[in-house]
Design a protein around this ligand. Structure first.
Ligand code: DC
Length: 222
């Protein structure tokens, strides 16, 4: 049976960067499930659908095709109706839309099998908000990764500035706090640690320290 490692936690805790590097070292496939919610969010934006109008969301989900593939370097690529949208989904607007759309039950149901199917046939490190609690409740290892909001905002700010985007730290911090609130207060699959999660706080760690810590935890528990 393939091995599944679930990594959940709030936005900007470094989940994706850390999980990606750990997956490379362990030769696992890294799955970023946030990208799927961002893709549905992008589809909603493109089709002028408000996340609150459930009939329109249902219709949208019937119409679109979201696919997850991997390139020859095992990097994840998300396709919306056949188009690679992996870069388009990385803007602050797409983040907010993803957060809103991820609270819609039909969207979560729509993406569930897609996520589970990948773990059926591959050793995966899957990152998200509800991987240990809902998507892969039988994952062999569950890690809940967090860091203080200010540090998470600073990391995201640096990332976006490096990409050449014009953003303000205060706006990013406000986004982080708002998204934390939305993600942990929604009724369906809220962000919370699974009972059997290993809690890891990366505040003050370098990336290298966090990756080493995670690999150590994974190897100990595998
Ligand atoms: O990890 P991210 O920032 O790319 O996630 C984008 C949004 O999607 C985030 O607001 C929470 C939501 N999400 C979710 O609800 N469940 C997941 N498994 C992954 C992401």
């Amino acid at each position: 049976m393939p091995i599944a490692i679930a990594i959940d936690g709030p936005a900007g805790a470094g989940k994706s960067t850390i999980a990606k590097l750990a997956a490379k070292q362990l030769n696992f496939i890294y799955v970023d499930t946030g990208a799927l919610y961002r893709t549905v969010g992008l589809a909603a934006t493109k089709n002028n659908v408000e996340p609150k109008t459930s009939e329109e969301i249902d219709e949208l989900l019937r119409k679109i095709k979201v696919e997850l593939t991997f390139n020859d370097k095992n990097e994840q690529i998300v396709l919306l109706d056949g188009e690679d949208v992996s870069s388009q989904i990385r803007t602050p607007e797409a983040s907010m839309m993803a957060s809103a759309i991820s609270a819609v039950p039909a969207v979560r149901a729509y993406l569930l099998d897609l996520q589970r199917n990948i773990a059926k046939t591959n050793n995966v490190i899957m990152d998200g908000r509800d991987i240990g609690t809902v998507v892969l409740p039988n994952a062999q290892i569950k890690i809940f990764l967090s860091a203080d909001p200010e540090e998470r905002a600073k990391r995201r700010y640096d990332e976006l500035i490096e990409k050449g985007m014009k953003v303000k730290y205060e706006d990013i911090l406000a986004d982080v706090i708002e998204r934390d609130y939305n993600d942990s207060h929604r009724e369906i699959a809220p962000l919370k640690p699974a009972e059997d999660s290993i809690m890891v706080n990366t505040t003050g760690n370098t990336l290298k320290q966090s990756v080493e810590l995670l690999i150590e935890i994974m190897k100990e528990n595998m």
